[in-house]
Design a protein. Structure first.
Length: 393
């Protein structure tokens, strides 16, 4: 794994915008606009490195599914902050019927520098973004600058296949693709539009809708779109923890299709993904697989020995883009989180020429499918991180 600097292509901004990256620039707190899509550098990997990472990602995914089964079997929903018995029962039923429910994708965030085992930082299994730049823009970048090279990237083909393979699990009618109007950057809109395109290429009927325009018909007891059509299946880039606690949350639970012909709305990703998108998963994985070379020590009841042995990171159980994450050096003041948190062993991100790097490894239908790389200037990968392309050399 190496970092290389390179001159950006003339007109790169317009090029990636045409390829779906509609926000190639990020506005920083000082008001400046700086590249989000950053092709002033790229990363290279050897084929053995990528093959090893693929094996790690698929093993981690399998371990996460095992952890989900453990949570359900031992009724450990409270460890995830899920205290509503009805919601817990619906998630458990969703897990038991998971073979009947469509699921498309997820993204692992990994710490890796090319010299040691990759370490799992977290699993974005419900609403992962940075998909378009990983699946599309970096592929076209490689074809233009490195013709004949390769890339860890079969995302587009696998996503189309995933929709095609799981079409039989979907109810009749179009699949509604939903994002939030509150997404000011356009990242969620971009991701949903791209996933809708992959579903259309798989032959599915699709429609677009914002979650704020998702309606409820009290007479029929169903969700409806703006044309009053029933929303029988819905891909939503909207976290389950929001969906179930919004004003319409009770209707979501009342009409949740968990397979077997029950309910009226099939949500993608399914409700059991709440077991994987929660940071408590990190602690349960460590409990089930202590000392695993691809895991970091993690606990729910406090940092334990990590406070004095290497330091730790306090992560809210539910959060996005690094929000609420705090780093604690050994012997420093204890964390005082405002909400339930997971305490994970501190593993500083690799530093390449002053840039902190995290690998985003994609899973599609239980198989490793591609890689996206983000860099940040600070120790936490936040909303100001940059996306860089990669090649296999």
């Amino acid at each position: 794994m190496k970092r290389h600097t390179v001159t950006p292509r003339p007109g790169w901004q317009q090029t990636v915008e045409e390829q779906g990256v509609i926000y190639p620039l990020t506005r920083h707190p000082d008001g400046s606009l700086r590249p989000y899509w950053d092709e002033s550098a790229y990363y290279s990997f050897t084929l053995p490195e990528v093959e090893a990472l693929e094996e790690v990602v698929e093993e981690l995914h399998s371990m996460c599914l095992g952890a989900a089964a453990h949570i359900v079997e031992h009724n450990r929903f409270a460890d995830l902050g899920i205290t509503d018995p009805r919601l817990a029962a619906l998630i458990a039923e969703s897990w038991r019927r998971r073979a009947e429910l469509p699921t498309v994708y997820g993204r692992f965030d990994l710490r890796y520098d090319g010299t040691g085992p990759a370490k799992m930082l977290e699993y974005n299994a419900d609403t992962p973004t940075s998909l378009v730049e990983a699946a599309s823009a970096q592929w076209f970048w490689m074809e233009e600058l490195f013709p004949g090279a390769d890339q860890w990237n079969s995302l587009h083909e696998r996503l189309v296949d995933a929709w095609r393979n799981q079409a039989a699990l979907l109810p009749p009618g179009p699949v509604h693709f939903v994002h939030s109007d509150g997404d000011e950057l356009g990242e969620d809109l971009m991701t949903v539009a791209y996933l809708r395109e992959t579903a259309a290429q798989a032959g599915l009927a699709t429609d677009a809708l914002s979650v704020e325009r998702l309606g409820w018909d009290g007479l029929s007891g169903r969700f409806v779109d703006e044309r009053l059509r029933f929303v029988r299946s819905c891909f939503k880039l909207y976290p389950w923890e929001w969906l179930t606690t919004d004003r319409f949350g009770p209707h979501v639970l009342d009409t949740l299709d968990n397979g077997g012909g029950t309910g009226t709305t099939c949500w993608i990703e399914p409700a059991w993904k709440m077991l994987l998108s929660n940071k408590a998963l990190l602690a349960i994985l460590w409990e089930l697989h202590p000392g695993h070379p691809n895991l970091l020590a993690a606990y729910l009841d406090g940092p334990r020995e990590l406070a004095d042995r290497g330091g730790y990171v306090a992560k809210p159980l539910l959060g996005r883009e690094g929000a609420g994450v705090t780093l604690h050096e050994p012997g420093g003041p204890p964390a005082a989180p405002e909400e339930p948190s997971c305490y994970q062993e501190l593993a500083p991100l690799p530093d390449f020429d002053g840039n902190r790097v995290v690998l985003g490894a994609w899973i599609v239908e239980n198989e490793a499918a591609g890689l996206g790389i983000r860099e940040s200037s600070g120790p936490v990968t936040d909303e100001y991180a940059r996306f860089l392309p990669h090649v296999i050399l």
